[in-house]
Design a protein around this ligand. Structure first.
Ligand SMILES: Cc1ncc(C[n+]2csc(CCOP(=O)(O)OP(=O)(O)O)c2C)c(N)n1
Ligand SMILES: [Mg+2]
Length: 400
């Protein structure tokens, strides 16, 4: 092995102790273990450039969605800024028949699955309970219950096993999710049943305002061994390393080797969501350090050095990103509010009397706002009515 070749656990001056094939300066380092997973990409400039385009487009979409929230067009948005390489590198390693179970921040993974742009924001605008058809893209809609998707993925993987298929289930989770009981139970089942599932943990250093050091005093990857899972730590801001490591984990699962835990070390450069202000709990120096490890700039430097990323190509990619952002914006603004009473649809498999009563009461309440209502008898949800027994205000409506 020459000095430029590395093996699976490597330190490259970042303190990350993780697989890294492309360092912060954009220099590529060979790996006896991982280079084989990049052979296709190394032979085809179009594939190498597509990873770049993907990262530029999803960063642009993320910025547009954040702006849409600030302008009142979305209720909330959880930005992915900084996690483009982790999500694009892993997402592009998947096959169409693999199935993704994600959390709420994996917009870039959804993009690689072919989710229509407007479908990325429907839930966040509050006009639907669910963003897209999971079976059309083999990706479940985002899970907000932290860690629950790891159980769904493990169960799905056991189904794949029973079918004798060679697809893989992939669960995306965060560093904070590692403290959840669901996740630990999923690891036990996945390990003991040898289920074809990849647990892809994006350690973005924060769970809202709690640093990862409050989730674990040891590197997250070290937990894997205790469950009997192979674990690999990868520089999550190195799109090539993420692609290679994910390919290897998928290959293990497809060929009967069972589950793998991947810890992708990355950084949430923005707020937890648009409702959060990280300046209240984060040292600005930390953001500065991670800005130096930006996933896109190192790949840009690398491609430019190879002569692949010319000024024309850069302009073309920026054009793709701008058009995608315009499509997202136009689609978002055109989304109409559903009739309010549809909130009662699909809550239960069968209609029943209590639900019908709640629906009727809410319909009556809404009628109070109808055009032409003179205010008499207008239901005011804040005021309520006075309870004669106690003299206190009792809420109106029967839907309690
Ligand atoms: C079971 C459960 N507990 C708590 C929450 C509230 N909550 C929402 S996001 C979050 C932090 C998750 O952090 P992490 O897993 O690191 O994912 P990240 O937001 O960094 O992508 C918490 C605790 C929740 N949604 N579900
Ligand atoms: Mg996190």
């Amino acid at each position: 092995m020459t000095p430029s070749q590395v093996d699976s656990r490597v330190v490259r001056g970042t303190g990350l102790d993780a697989v890294q094939l492309l360092d912060e300066t954009g220099a590529r380092h060979g790996s006896t273990q991982y280079d084989r997973w990049l052979e296709g990409l190394d032979a085809d400039p179009a594939l190498a450039l597509r990873l770049y385009e993907d990262m530029i487009v999803v960063r642009r979409l993320d910025a547009e969605a954040t702006a849409l929230q600030r302008q009142g067009e979305l209720a909330l948005w959880p930005p992915l800024l900084g996690q483009e390489a982790a999500q694009i590198g892993s997402g592009r390693a998947l096959r169409a028949d693999d199935f993704v179970f994600s959390s709420y921040r994996e917009h870039a993974v959804a993009y690689t699955r072919g989710v229509a742009l407007v479908e990325l924001v429907r839930v966040w605008r509050g006009v639907t309970a669910s963003g897209w058809d999971p079976y059309a893209v083999n990706m479940a809609t985002p899970q907000v219950i932290i860690g629950a998707q790891t159980l769904h993925a493990t169960g799905y993987a056991m189904g794949i096993q029973n079918d004798g298929a060679d697809a893989v289930a992939v669960a995306y989770l965060g560093d904070g999710a590692m403290s959840q009981g669901d996740v630990n139970e999923a690891f036990v089942f996945a390990a003991t049943y040898g289920a074809p599932v990849v647990f892809f943990c994006q350690n973005n250093q924060w769970a809202i305002s709690e640093p990862v050091t409050l989730q674990s005093t040891v590197p997250l990857v070290d937990r894997a061994a205790g469950f009997g899972l192979p674990g690999v730590r990868v520089d999550g801001n190195d799109v090539l390393a993420v692609l290679a490591v994910t390919h290897e984990a998928l290959d293990r699962a497809r060929t009967g080797g069972g589950a793998t835990f991947v810890e992708a070390v990355t950084y949430r450069m923005g707020p937890h969501t648009t409702a959060d202000d990280p300046t209240r709990y984060r040292d600005p120096a930390e953001l500065e350090t991670w800005t130096g490890r930006d996933p896109i700039s190192r790949y840009r430097t690398y491609l430019t050095g190879l002569g692949m990323l010319t000024a024309d190509e850069e302009a073309r990619v920026q054009g793709v990103a701008d058009r995608a952002a315009a499509e997202l914006r136009a689609g978002c603004i055109a989304l109409e509010d559903p009739p309010a009473l549809t909130i009662f649809d699909h809550v239960y498999a069968e209609p029943h009397a209590a639900l019908a009563a709640e629906r009727a009461a809410y319909a009556q309440y809404l009628e109070g706002f109808a055009d032409g209502a003179d205010g008499e008898g207008l239901a005011d949800p804040a005021a309520g009515t006075t309870d004669p027994a106690t003299g206190t205000d009792a809420p109106t409506g029967g839907a309690r």
